[in-house]
Write a protein that binds this ligand. Structure first.
Ligand code: DAT
Length: 177
């Protein structure tokens, strides 16, 4: 069992699925800290440069994990990790993995709104249809800690946040004393 007094969770899924929005709501409701991997990669330069075609940073995973260790993610806990991958985080750091899912038509609209380059738009929609993140989560973590939640509507999001809050309450009871 982890020595952490608070758990860590990863909220993952294809870009546009609603990770950031969920993380912010969960942080507001629970007091856990929203850890945006995107911001750490940018601010602490955990990357090997900018990919122009994909309009994103090329992440240096070792540097990223070091930066997260500096933030005492694994020892203190209490973080909501927001990232469109999950297999890079050591199993021992993670107590819950939430994989958000969305219908492809809705995802198309959200990514178009964001003005994603065509190649990136199509790849992300394919990735959502093929359940790439869900499989990655299931291959990387024990199946009991991986939860798949729908994120098409605001109502679904509210329900998801309730569920995560409930899970945290239970974790605290189970790990008390
Ligand atoms: P991500 O962080 O996964 O890229 P986001 O949180 O930035 O996604 O959300 C992308 C857009 O979609 C943003 O405008 C908010 C909206 N959105 C996300 N989840 C939603 C939901 N369950 N219902 C309605 N809108 C949602």
């Amino acid at each position: 069992m982890a020595a952490r007094t608070l758990p860590n969770m990863v909220i993952t899924g294809t870009p546009g699925v609603g990770k950031t929005t969920h993380c912010e709501l969960v942080a507001e409701r629970t007091g856990l800290k929203h850890l945006s991997v995107n911001e750490i990669v940018k601010d602490r330069e955990c990357h090997e440069g900018w990919d122009d075609e994909y309009q994103s940073w090329i992440v240096d995973e070792d540097k990223l994990l070091d930066a997260m260790e500096d933030m005492q993610v694994s020892t203190k806990g209490g973080f909501i990790i927001d990232w469109h991958a999950c297999d890079l985080f050591p199993k021992s750091w993670v107590d819950l993995v939430v994989v958000l899912r969305v219908d492809s038509a809705t995802l198309y609209d959200r990514l178009t709104e964001r003005k994603y380059p065509e190649v990136k738009l199509q790849e992300n929609i394919d990735s959502e249809i093929m359940e790439v993140l869900l499989q990655e989560a299931r291959e990387s973590y024990d199946e009991e800690i991986v939860v798949e939640l729908r994120s098409n509507t605001a109502d679904e999001m509210d329900g998801n946040v309730d569920r995560i809050e409930q899970w945290l309450k239970q974790w605290k009871e189970d790990n008390a004393g």
